[in-house]
Design a protein around this ligand. Structure first.
Ligand code: AMP
Ligand code: ZN
Length: 115
């Protein structure tokens, strides 16, 4: 828990979020500024600033994130199993919130490269 971290506050419940999936390890909630019909953020409950802070032994966190993505991809009816999962690592890559998060985006045709 990082007291100054927006996503840690969402985990603690001091800032509200529209939660769609939760386990002991991870939380998934709707992005407040969606770029597609489905835009969910999947985060570890432990504060990690980015993927760079994931340790070699953090298999449960990594598996929990991918498991959440796979489940949401299968269960959210707008997706039909088709979606993009991405994380931005560092400011120049587009990371704004310094708590590791994966964007799960879909429900419309997506372009590449993302910009
Ligand atoms: P990034 O640019 O990869 O750091 O993405 C941060 C994401 O967090 C953006 O897509 C924001 O729209 C989203 N976001 C910021 N504040 C909130 C919030 N309170 N609840 C849900 N999503 C948020
Ligand atoms: Zn945090």
């Amino acid at each position: 828990m990082d007291d100054s971290c927006l996503f840690c506050k969402i985990i603690q419940g001091t800032i509200p979020a529209d939660k769609v999936f939760e386990t002991d390890q991870v939380l998934a909630f709707k992005d407040i500024n969606p770029v597609a019909p489905v835009h969910v953020l999947i985060i570890p409950k432990r504060h990690l600033a980015s993927l760079n802070e994931l340790s070699e032994g953090d298999h449960e966190v990594a598996a929990g994130i991918f498991d959440a993505a796979r489940r949401l991809g299968a269960e959210l009816p707008e997706l039909g199993g088709e979606y993009r999962l991405l994380t931005s690592c560092g400011e120049s890559a587009g990371q704004v919130v310094p708590h590791l998060h994966f964007h799960l985006i879909g429900g419309r045709r997506l372009n590449w490269p993302p910009g």
